[in-house]
Design a protein around this ligand. Structure first.
Ligand SMILES: Cc1ncc(COP(=O)(O)O)c(C=O)c1O
Length: 414
């Protein structure tokens, strides 16, 4: 008999039972027009193109030429990976601290993910950490804006240009965040967004690709939505590529459209709250909130995070996080599972056993993931996060959170 495993949970199910003295993200805040749009779709006899309307509205809000809506960011990035059309065994440099959704498309296209380390004390990689990873097999750089902190994109784009590489963004955690006054997801060739229920712009599921590249947009629609099929007169659908049917459902689009109407205000509020929270918690000796670089002028914070100094406290990071949860911070915990070279054990197994595409060819060298990214590993060893940070936070919640963190810190101080 197959041994029983506890399967991972997503959406509201992943947050069941989270309680405490601070707000929780579920039940989510939903834009007031959601029922109107859902009703309109149903009353149209399923004919109105709610997804098209959402794509147009999001494109306008982002100021980009094309938005292609998908059922999530995992599919969005999978379609992008396919649309780029690199060769099996080609390398994509990618952030080490992220969600599996960033990687899935790369793996399915038989590209090889190469994890650049994070910059010291940061959740993100940087041009300096990316540069040593570039080889003659590198084709693209996929930047993740972890927690909503946008990567320092100008130096990354300049580096990529010098090497003829494509840069694209995983903007799932940074929706409508701003980098030097420009919106996350508009800073490179293309970007993936997530509107799953847990995200800042939460719907039931949902995602999107944004790009200004007309040819790429056409290819994304062909591969990702038309299942790689063209219409041949006198024959019908002719599948010239192994495509996907990753279209955002119209009901999801109805909710997304309503969420889009309230998102800018919500992000501005999150920005104010996370800066206050960071300032208050930053006053606790031995505790360092995720630094907010000056170039992030709107921090669309999806998840609050902070590091503790192991020399300052008698307890471990896990114990500190557990005490925070016990004292009323819902969902406080560690984030080691975000280290993709460690969390995706199949990568190390495939690389070690030289399973395609790690066989040579198409790979041109050996890969090892087990010891990859020491700075990211070290960062996560002392990192505590709570994903219940949300639009419901008020000033008094930030004060209470800082008080709880301060209390746990004093109880454990050496
Ligand atoms: C950085 C990042 N990338 C990708 C994903 C996957 O998004 P989705 O759930 O819409 O497939 C997530 C979701 O948690 C994420 O945080």
């Amino acid at each position: 008999m197959t041994p029983k495993i506890e399967r991972a949970k997503y959406g509201p199910a992943a947050h069941a039972g989270e309680t405490g003295r601070l707000p929780t993200s579920f039940p989510r805040t939903v834009g007031p027009s959601a029922m109107k749009y859902l009703q309109e779709y149903v009353e149209s006899g399923l004919t109105c193109d709610m997804t098209g309307r959402f794509e147009k509205a999001l494109a306008e809000a982002l100021g980009v030429r094309h938005v292609i809506a998908t059922p999530g960011c995992t599919p969005a990035l999978a379609v992008l990976a396919a649309a780029f059309g690199f060769e099996p065994g080609d390398e994509i440099i990618v952030s080490p601290i992220t969600d599996y959704g960033t990687l899935q498309g790369l793996v399915r296209e038989n590209y090889i993910p190469v994890f650049a380390d994070v910059a010291p004390g940061s959740v993100n990689m940087s041009a300096e950490t990316i540069e040593p990873c570039i080889t003659d097999r590198t084709r693209a750089i996929l930047c993740v804006h972890k927690t909503g902190i946008v990567c320092d994109m100008d130096p990354i784009n300049a580096l990529a240009e010098r090497h003829g590489l494509i840069v694209y963004e995983d903007a799932c955690q940074a929706v409508f965040g701003e980098y030097k006054g420009r919106l996350a997801g508009t800073l490179a060739r293309a970007a993936g967004f997530s509107f799953d229920a847990e995200k800042t712009m939460g719907s039931d599921v949902g995602g999107a690709i944004a790009t200004n590249d007309d040819d790429l947009a056409e290819r994304i629609r062909f591969i990702g939505q038309s299942r790689g099929a063209a219409m041949r007169p006198g024959f019908g659908r002719l599948h010239t590529a192994a495509g996907y049917a990753y279209r955002m459902p119209n009901c999801t689009a109805a909710i997304c459209l309503a969420q889009l109407e309230i998102i800018r205000e919500q992000v501005a509020h999150r920005d104010r709250m996370v800066r206050l929270l960071s300032e208050l918690i930053g006053r606790v000796p031995g505790v360092t909130p995720v630094p907010i670089p000056d170039y992030v002028n709107v921090y669309s914070c999806w998840m609050f995070g902070m590091n503790i100094d192991p020399a300052a406290f008698r307890c471990t990071t896990d114990e500190f996080a557990q005490q925070l949860a016990d004292a009323g911070v819902p969902g406080a915990g560690t984030g080691r599972y975000y280290l993709m070279p460690a969390a995706c054990t199949f990568l190390e197994a495939s690389a070690r056993n030289k399973v395609y595409p790690y066989s040579m060819p198409p790979a041109s060298r050996e890969y090892h993931y087990a010891e990859a990214c020491p700075a990211a590993r070290e960062f996560l060893e002392t990192w505590i996060r709570w994903s219940t940070f949300c639009e419901k936070y008020r000033g008094e919640d930030c004060e209470l959170a800082a008080e709880i963190v301060g209390g746990v810190a004093e109880r454990n101080r050496v």
